[in-house]
Structures are given as structure tokens and as C-alpha cells.
Design a protein around this ligand. Sequence first.
Ligand code: GLU
Length: 297
Amino acid sequence: MPAPPVSGKPVFRFAPSPNGRLHLGHALSALTNEALARRFGGRLLLRIEDIDRTRCRPEFERGIVEELAWLGIAFEPGPRRQSEHFDDYGRALAALRRRGLVYPCFCSRAEIREAVAIREAAGAPWPADPDGAPLYPGLCKGLDSDEAARRIGAGEPHVLRLDMAAALAAAGRPLGYGVFDARGARQAVTSAPGRWGDVVLARKEVPTSYHLSVVVDDALQGVSHVVRGRDLEAATDVHVLLQNLLDLPTPLYHFHPLLRDGEGHKLAKSRGSESLSALREGGVTAQAIRRRLGFAF
Ligand code: GLU
């Protein structure tokens, strides 16, 4: 993997997915990135996380670029678009496969649900990952490699999973990373990626995953400071493990609070949270949004 660009300056990035309109939560994330990049004299990059070709659309990407410009946030020109870099993710995946850390899994969601239900009926509740999804019960983990190759050759749908136990053994040491605050103070935190189980690293229709591509891109773009919402704090444990396995640097991290709606749910495209474009069309100014989120010009 090529070395990240050498630059004396810290590198920040805002990395939205163009699968809907930006809402105030995205504005908070982008403005926090801008404020911290400015405070630490850093560069600010935009990355379009569009690996899911079924949900991402060019008009959403155009909307993102337009709304960020309207908010007055200046990114370096030429955003990195993940859909143009599947080769980079493929190389990282191949490196993990060569080390025997990845295995094919042919289970459907229904099969996983059923296996979990059987285990739960037999006794203790089955563990869930930090997002609340049941851990993968390992059905395909011991599959004979010839048998797996035959099924792949026959075109059976499958995903590639990280063998978490093997990955933790390969990492060989306790993992952790540094968290930074707005004053530049740093704190070391330990990570516990094992709580995610055998995460999916690639699918047939999307030959990578959020975890894999974010780690590869942060390294390729020389990102030194990741500013993201607290909803991605637990996922960072997986990222730190992948960085270790792929011999990539671990950036510093800052997790900003999440905006919540009147019912206490975090703002989300899927919940139909009001978009920045709707606010803008309704006459709200960029200055008003900055003020509301605590980032007056
Ligand atoms: N693309 C991710 C999202 O929109 C965030 C990227 C990251 O900070 O890793 O939630």
C-alpha cells in the first residue's frame, strides 16, 4: 500500500454517504471538523462514501457539495469518491486473506436468525454487537476450504467475514488509540473489537465494507485526525484492529455529541430528519444554522 502523503499539517476529513440529504447532524459533524482543523492549523478533506451503489445517487452527492458550500465550509478541491477506489480495498482484503484472517460465509440473514434462536432456546441470551445485532454464530467458520471454493465457483451468494479470534491473535497485543479534545489534550483509550464478532468485510454486490474502506482511505489520504459522531465510537475499535493488521497508522479520534429529535432519537436520514436543503428553502440562513449549532462565523 502506498505511503500516505507527507504533510506537516494535521489532516481532517468529513466523510458523508450520498444516500440522502444532509441534515443538521451532518452539519454539526462538518462544522466540528472545520473548527478543529482551523484550530490546529490542519487541512480539511471531503470524502464521498458511496460504496453502496444501490443507495447512493449522484444527485445526493451534488446536494452534499452544494449544502456544504452554502454552509461556508471550504474543503480542499477534488473529493475522494470511494466508488472509484474498489481496487485499493481489494488489495487490503487480499492482504488479510493471505494471512488467513478472512473466511467466506454463505449464511442468509434468516439462517443466522434461526441459528441464534436455537442457541437462545438452549439457554443463555445470545450476545449482540454494540449496534444491537446478534453476533455471527460462526456457522461457516469451520467450512472446509475445498467445499467453500466449490460453492463460490458455483456462484453461491456469500460475504467475507473477518475471523475475529484469529485477527485478535494476529494483532497479538492490547489495542487502543488516542482521543483528542478541542484544546488539544489527548487521552489514551483501550479498544475491544472482539465485541463485534466476525464482522463482514466485503459483500458480493459491494466488494468492500464501511469498516475496510474507511480504514484504507484514512491511511491513503494521510488523515491524522478523525472527527466523527459518538455513534461511531464503538466501530472505531474495529478500525483500530484493521489498521494494526494492515500495518496502517492509527489517527487520533474525536467523537462529537449527536443531535437528537424531540423523541430523543438521533437525527437520521432514515427517520426523515429535516434536511439542510429544506431548512434552506424555508428561508433559514447558513449563519443561523452555524449559530444554532454553536459555530458562529
Ligand atoms: N460515512 C460515515 C457516515 O456517513 C461516516 C464516516 C466516518 O467518520 O467514518 O456515517
